[in-house]
Structure formats: C-alpha cells, structure tokens
Design a protein around this ligand. Structure first.
Ligand SMILES: [Zn+2]
Length: 369
C-alpha cells in the first residue's frame, strides 16, 4: 500500500514537472517559431499527451538506488541547508577495532511530509477543477436535452454540404437552448433553429462546413480531453494555456476548411458576426461556433485577409513524426522526480579508539553511500 502511494505521488510530481517543461517549450515554439495553426495543432496535442507518457516511462525507470532521479528531499536539503539541517543519526557501536565497520540505514524523514504536502497540493486543486468542469459539462448537457433531429433539407442545407470526409453518416439536430452551432460527439451537428434559419444559404453552408470540419478532426473528444487534462494539472497553468491555444487553433483550422470548401469568406464572416451577437448560453459550457474564447475578430480578419494556411507546405504525417520524435527525446532527457525515502547507508571504519576505566572513546567519520 505504501509502495503504491509512493508510486502515485512520484508519478503526479513527475507529471507536473514534465507537463510544465513540455508546455513551456510548446508555448514558446507556438509563439515565436511556428506560424501555421495546422502545424501548431500537432504541437499542442503532443504537449498535452506527451507528459503522460514521459512521466510513466520515468516512473518505470525508477530503481531502488534512485539513479537518474531527482530526489526531492535531497534537493530541498541542498537548497535550504539552514532550514533543513542534515539528518542526525545515532550509531550504536558494538565492537571496536580497525577491522570493524559501523553501518546504519537511515530513512529520510522529509519523505512522508513531502509526499503528503505534494500529493494534497496537486490532488485537492485537481478535485476542485474537475468538479467545476463536470458541472459545466452537465449544464451543457442540460441545455442540449431539448434538441431534436431534423433533416438538412428542412434547414435549406443540401446533402453535399453536409458530408464528412470520413465515411461516417452525419446527423443534424436543432435546439433553441443554444445560440449558434456546435459539433457533438463523432457525428452530430446541432444548430439553433431560428438563428440558423435567419442566415442566407452560403452562410448556412459555411457554418455547417465549419462544424463538419470539427467532427472530421474529432475536436469534441480532443477538446474534452484537453479540458480534463488542464483541470487535473490545474497547479501548472501552462497546461491550461496549451489547451486554450489548441482550442483557438482548432477554430482557425475549421474556418480555413469552411472557406476552402464553400469559397465564400464574406459569408463566413457574416455568419460569425451574426452568431457573435446572439446570446449563446452554451458558449459558457462548450466550444460553439462563435464562442467568446474563439476570438471572433481575429478569425474574421484572418478569413477576410485570405491568409488561410497553405496546406501543402507541411504534411500532417511529417509534423506528427517530428512531434513523436520530440516526445521520444523527452522520454530520454526528462528525469523522474521522486519524494520516496531513498535508503541512505551511513558507514564508517573505526579510525582510532582509546579507553579508560569509565568510558570508551571511538573516533569515526560517517559517510553516506
Ligand atoms: Zn468551431
């Protein structure tokens, strides 16, 4: 049981450290080096998933001697020698003579304290953040409970506009509790009936193409996973920043896909602004067509400037391979972090001894090994 708790704590600490380092590198690359949303998309996904893998690998690499592991108690003792003095140990000597060796194994007393503090410091905020996330998702589900399926033809959407790049059949539904449109699960697009009906045909096609692009990219699942990861690792806000940037870039990529498919950037911007003015309660809970987080002005300017990313410059497979390589390198480079009590053996050879009638004095130098 103690071993399991120790492993869980070490995994959590290592995960937080790895996620912070990898998120910082990804955010810096996304800010200064990588311009295209499609390339950044791979970087964000890698930055969210890779720390789980690298920390598991680091955990499996742990050995009893703690080689290649950042040992938190030792680091703290080195950093704060005044606050955390060296461990004092009393050695009981049972024999004398230069041939004898005194040895005793000491347990690091800081380990239990650090494990409790770090474990609670990570898990309690995570619990609160996950509770908030689940509450938002339940509100979102409640908003959508009144939705009903509808034929695309009834909403003036032609069949060819409502087709996935995958072979999965898609479903359209309407709901008055949301203000715009949203992709749900693997195959469903839900729109607000009146707000959607008020759009002209090209605007409707553009909205549908945007949401279908979300389904093709499996964004609902990725966004849910990103939100869950950023809630679990709420102690390191860089993960939430990566999740946010991922969501923003997903909107830009789907805008590009809609403009490419429909060929009407102005209609797309009109749909964005129309939905932006609609009160959309669902935008507080999920990623809807024109949610506040989606930076509508940036999206509209981008669509109108026609600087949608050139698709051919970087192939998805190449970028994915680069991100996987970076994750593998991280597995090798990033050390594990442990608060487990590392066994330290103090030992000494007896250097000299003297005795009188009442006492025996033995001179030793104690060294850890
Ligand atoms: Zn969207």
């Amino acid at each position: 049981m103690t071993g399991l708790l120790s492993a869980v704590t070490d995994f959590l600490v290592t995960w937080v450290v790895h996620a912070t380092i990898i998120s910082a590198v990804a955010l810096a690359a996304g800010r200064w080096a990588i311009r295209g949303p499609r390339v950044r998309d791979y970087v964000w996904k890698g930055a969210l998933v890779a720390p789980v893998v690298t920390s598991l690998v680091a955990l499996l690499r742990f050995d009893g001697a703690g080689v290649g592991v950042l040992h938190l108690p030792s680091l703290l003792r080195t950093a704060f020698p005044v606050i955390l003095p060296p461990i004092a140990a009393t050695l009981r000597v049972s024999a004398e003579g230069s041939a004898h060796v005194i040895a005793a194994q000491m347990i690091e007393p800081l380990s239990m304290i650090i494990r409790c503090v770090v474990g609670a410091g990570i898990l309690l905020p995570a619990l609160l953040a996950m509770t908030q996330l689940l509450r938002r998702r339940r509100q979102f589900r409640d908003l959508l409970v009144t939705r009903r399926p509808i034929s695309p033809a009834v909403l003036g959407v032609q069949d060819d506009a409502f087709r996935s790049r995958t072979t999965l059949p898609l479903y359209l539904s309407v709901c008055e509790s949301i203000g715009s449109a949203v992709a749900l699960g693997r195959r469903e697009v839900c729109v607000a009936l009146h707000a959607f009906a008020a759009l002209d045909e090209m605007e409707r096609r553009s909205v549908i193409a945007h949401e279908v692009a979300h389904l093709d990219r499996r964004d609902p699942a990725w966004i849910a996973a990103a939100q869950a990861l950023s809630s679990l690792l709420v102690v390191t806000p860089l993960v939430a920043m990566v999740a946010n940037r991922f969501q923003c870039d997903a909107e830009l990529i789907c805008d590009d896909a809609a403009v490419l498919q429909v060929g009407a950037p102005l209609a797309h911007v009109r749909a964005l602004t129309a939905f932006a003015f609609a009160l959309d309660p669902a935008a507080q809970c999920g990623s809807t067509f024109a949610s506040i987080d989606s930076r509508i002005m940036q999206r509209a300017e981008r669509v109108l400037r026609r600087d949608a990313e050139k698709r051919h410059r970087w192939s998805g497979a190449l970028v994915a391979a680069c991100v996987c390589t970076a994750a593998l390198v991280s597995c090798v480079l990033l050390p594990g972090v442990s608060a487990a009590p590392r066994p330290v053996t103090a030992w000494s050879g007896v250097q000299s001894s003297s005795s009188n009638a009442s006492a025996s004095v033995i001179r030793v130098t104690v060294k850890p090994r």
